[in-house]
Write a protein that binds this ligand. Structure first.
Ligand code: AN7
Length: 373
């Protein structure tokens, strides 16, 4: 056998039986990063094929902002359409390991969609508590179709979280909000992937901040890789909050948070201290952006890059753009922007002011005239 034949034998041998080029994706977060997660021999290796999302290179926004490089970590391509799947798979695996039969969360929508999906697939009961009338249509639909018990609470996310925390203290139900430490452990794998995909950590990581679990998780992930010599630098963490829901920027809880980005309509983040620590240790910043800036960023991503992310996700681009204009992120910086969720989840937010479809009949000449062909 020639060397070439031997090499191709090996390559074929590594292929999974159903013909995937490699089975990294099919292993999910637990399979790929097992040694960096708090697993035991008894933790079930479950997956819905979460993680391994693309780091998409910017084609146009990078030069408009004058950055050295810009990549979008598009978490909207996870199985339920958001980054929540990374933490949920670990939280659910540990819940199963511990013999739990039911999971519960408060949610602005994405956590509930993810909890419902993993519970459905792995035989747990899911209960989700959402702020009544305040979550995106697609997310509510997801929780319902996966078969979760959906409870709508009068009041905002912060109230819902308080209620489920108390419930879990008193009844045999596992809390899967990001106050569950396994959620943060799973979510830190996104930082590992960015380094694995780009070869090093970026200089700036722009990220939306709501309950502040994700910024906490990324910072932990980068620090772990850095401590093990797997990246040469640590990024500055640049967090974006919506102006009407910016407790970390104001330095105090917001009683009645308000924003078009319903996913981050949170007034009293559970991981408050950890987010401030991530900001300060990384010499980064957390700033607020207006709803107008968020929607402008969402449209910009879609029309200039072909990426449809939900409004909360676009807060990361909005805050990056604002920081560049303010001179807080210098020209030539290597940046990654985390796009946490899929735009299709929230058609109502995206639809505003978009041109309606143009009615036509099937007369080709008329169509051609209309299009000035
Ligand atoms: C798309 O689903 O809190 O700062 O209950 O859905 O880790 O809270 C969602 C949060 C950013 C903020 N982008 O992340 C929930 C929930 C999207 C989100 C965030 C959320 P954290």
């Amino acid at each position: 056998m020639t060397e070439l034949q031997a090499a191709s034998e090996t390559a074929v041998g590594e292929r999974s039986r159903d013909g995937y080029g490699d089975d990294r994706r099919r292993q999910g977060v637990i399979g790929r990063y097992a040694e960096r997660l708090p697993l035991t021999a008894a933790t079930p290796r479950i997956t819905l094929n979460e993680g391994d999302t693309p780091c998409i290179e910017s084609r146009s926004i990078v030069s408009t902002l004058g950055l050295g490089s810009l990549h979008f970590k598009f978490e909207g391509l996870n199985p339920t359409g958001s980054f929540k799947d990374r933490g949920m798979v670990v939280a659910v695996a540990k819940a199963i390991e511990e013999g739990s039969r039911a999971i519960i969360c408060a949610s602005t929508g994405n956590t509930s969609a993810s909890a419902a999906a993993y519970a459905a697939r792995f035989g747990l009961r899911a209960i989700v508590v959402v702020p009544s009338g305040k979550i995106a249509q697609g997310k509510l639909l997801q929780a319902q179709i996966y078969g979760a018990k959906v409870l709508a609470i009068k009041g905002n996310f912060d109230r819902a979280l308080r209620a489920v925390r108390e419930l879990c203290d008193r009844y045999p139900v596992t809390l899967v909000n990001s106050v569950n430490p396994y959620r943060i452990e799973g979510q830190k794998t996104a930082a590992f992937e960015i380094v694995d995909q780009l070869g090093d950590a970026p200089e700036v990581l722009a990220i939306p901040v709501g309950n502040a679990g994700n910024i906490t998780a990324y910072w932990r992930g980068f620090r772990e890789y850095h401590a093990d010599g797997l990246c040469s630098r640590l990024p500055r963490m640049v967090g974006g909050q919506a102006e009407g829901a910016a407790p970390l920027v104001l330095g105090r809880p917001v009683e009645r948070p308000r924003t078009v980005a319903s996913a981050i309509r949170i007034g009293n983040p559970a991981s408050w201290e950890q987010a401030i620590r991530a900001r300060d240790e990384s010499e980064g910043l957390i700033d607020s952006v207006t709803d107008g800036e968020i929607i402008t960023a969402q449209r910009w991503l879609a029309s200039a890059e072909g990426i449809f992310a939900e409004p909360a996700s676009a807060a990361s681009l909005a805050v990056l753009s604002k920081s560049v204009r303010a001179g807080l992120v210098p020209p030539g910086t290597h940046a990654v922007c985390v796009l946490t969720g899929n735009g299709l989840k929230d058609p109502d937010a995206a639809r505003r002011d978009l041109a309606a479809p143009v009615p036509v009949d099937e007369d080709v000449e008329n169509i051609a005239r209309l299009l000035k062909l």
